[in-house]
Design a protein around this ligand. Structure first.
Ligand SMILES: [Zn+2]
Length: 146
């Protein structure tokens, strides 16, 4: 495979980043954890999750596909595996997540891990933002950054 460098007209090597945005409808239920101030999340319920994922490719030799950082469709295939699903069951299918509660924080790290696995060499997830219960300014936002 031919290696490609991304250079500006001035010759500097640059990194490229794209942000993939998607919405997922998921059901989940949290166990009765001591840190829950209200117990409403212990009931089966659902959210619209907004997911923004920043993906970066190294400028020098890391970009394997011509002219793009990543195939958005492949990333969305991974994200959509969780759409219209019960997250508690989905977490049980992923190593090291089997007994973790389905918090937005854990969902964000799981999505990070699952997408990173399908990326070509030299391409990395560098940021994830997950809004749980996406309702404009009433959302709960979790941000992870590399
Ligand atoms: Zn919830």
């Amino acid at each position: 495979m031919r290696k490609r460098e991304s250079r500006t007209a001035g010759g500097e090597v640059v990194k490229m980043m794209v942000t993939v945005v998607d919405f997922l409808e998921c059901a989940h239920q949290l166990p009765d954890m001591p840190w829950l101030t209200t117990k409403k999340c212990c009931n089966l319920h659902g959210h619209t999750y907004k997911v923004e994922m920043d993906i970066e490719a190294e400028g020098r030799g890391g970009i394997e596909m011509e002219d793009i950082v990543v195939d958005f469709g492949r990333v969305k295939e991974v994200l959509r595996r969780f759409d219209h699903r019960y997250l508690n069951d989905e977490f049980k299918k992923v190593k090291n997540y089997e007994s973790r509660p389905t918090t937005a924080e854990n969902f964000a790290t799981l999505l990070w891990q699952e997408v990173q696995e399908i990326l070509p060499a030299g391409t990395f997830v560098v940021g994830v933002r997950v809004w749980e219960g996406f309702k404009g300014d009433q959302s709960n936002l979790v941000t992870l950054s590399y």
